[in-house]
Design a protein around this ligand. Structure first.
Ligand code: FEO
Length: 384
């Protein structure tokens, strides 16, 4: 925390099973909120409403008899703003601070007609006394109303969802590449262009500390590391050398062929090979592997003259996240009429800058020694 004027009043959520109703969070989730105590009292964001009572207790413990002058709403998504009504019930005199879109969107959730509001635009400032907040718009990182707040005196950037990660603070107090990547690519991955625009704005700021809405605060080297990772992720560039093999297998034969391909790649000196069974892995993790590696192999059984559903669903997720700029090998399996490669090829044709390695490997039933040459050929193409 920058100085004794800044107070953390966020909460750790270990009760949640799926964040946003879809993402596994085995280490929980944090919803971060801060208070700046100055001549004016400013609260930045609230928390998920499941924790409204605990949150308001923390706020009260910091404020004592003072009341907040401002509540900055960086992001309307309910994991941050759904305690707003409970907050207003206790502190009805507070002025809400947001941009024009913030208030349009808040009215989808709350009746705010009697609540004071301060509408801010890009670059405008709000003086709290010894501290001044400057507002930086960050549309689509992750919703259209998102804005960051830069505190000029202590050079603290309140970064909203940007630079966040999965994991409660009591379990994951430090930045973790894997959980930050899985969070970023699944939550904001589609909006790489908008993230790059915000990174450019942030490059013009001297930043001593980043305080995101989820996960740990970042200082010094951790800031440089996180900014570098975001530069890679937002540009859809591969992050690591190696091959990710994702398979959807009906009776284990496609899985066996995928494992054989992994062995061959390993023997040929591939620096890293990761295998995942799409029926059993966390889909958000499989998606993060697709962004991490530059070369991917998709292996699927044929099912009802199409693609096995776990692979079909995964291809849909890749498209939804704007996945691009990769080299992809295909492997299909089918006992009488293999069709999965055709379907996967068609799905990939809708994505940007995807190079499909031809020909696809075709297995009929169990993988056999006669299939080794085509597996070797795919491995060679991947390593070329
Ligand atoms: Fe953490 Fe987009 O909400």
């Amino acid at each position: 925390m920058p100085s004794e004027r800044f107070h953390y009043v966020g909460v750790d959520d270990h009760e949640i099973d799926l964040f946003e109703g879809q993402y596994e969070v085995p280490a929980g989730m944090s919803y971060n909120s801060w208070i700046i105590l100055d001549e004016k009292v400013c609260v930045l964001d609230t928390v998920d409403r499941s924790f409204a009572d605990a949150y308001l207790g923390k706020v009260k413990a910091v404020l004592g008899d003072r009341t907040p002058d401002y509540l900055v709403v960086s992001h309307v998504e309910p994991d941050h703003a759904s305690s707003l009504q409970a907050f207003l019930d206790v502190y009805p005199g507070v002025t809400l601070v947001g941009n024009a879109k913030t208030f349009q969107m808040l009215e989808n959730y709350f009746m705010l007609k009697d609540t004071a509001r301060l509408v801010v635009k890009e670059g405008e400032t709000l003086s709290l006394g010894g501290h001044t907040l400057r507002f930086v718009m960050a549309p689509m990182v992750h919703w259209p109303e998102v804005m960051l707040s830069y505190e000029e005196t202590e050079k603290v950037l309140f970064s909203a969802d940007a630079f966040g990660q999965f994991g409660a603070l009591d379990e994951m107090p430090e930045w973790d590449d894997d959980e930050a990547r899985r969070y970023y690519l699944n939550i904001v991955g589609k909006y790489g262009t908008q993230v790059q625009a915000v990174l450019k704005k942030a490059a013009g700021l001297e930043i001593a500390e980043i305080l995101p809405l989820h996960g740990p605060s970042l200082r010094g080297e951790a800031i440089a590391h996180a900014v570098e990772k975001y530069g890679v992720w937002a540009s859809y560039a591969p992050e690591s050398e190696g091959v990710f093999i994702a398979y959807a297998s009906l009776h284990g034969n496609t899985a066996a062929a995928a494992e054989k391909l992994a062995d061959i790649l390993d023997q040929k000196g591939c620096p890293d090979v990761v295998l995942a069974d799409l029926a059993r892995v966390d889909p958000a993790e499989a998606l993060a592997f697709c962004f991490r590696y530059g070369k991917i192999v998709l292996c699927a059984s044929t099912y009802n003259a199409g693609i096995m559903p776990f692979m079909e669903d995964f291809l849909h997720h890749l498209k939804a996240k704007n996945w691009q700029k990769r080299t992809v090998g295909l492997m299909e399996n089918g006992s009488w009429a293999p069709m999965a490669a055709k379907g996967m090829r068609e799905a990939l044709a809708g994505l940007k800058d995807i190079t499909v390695l031809e020909p696809a490997v075709t297995i009929k039933g169990a993988p056999k020694t006669t299939d080794i040459p085509q597996l070797e050929a795919l491995a060679d193409a991947l390593l070329a």
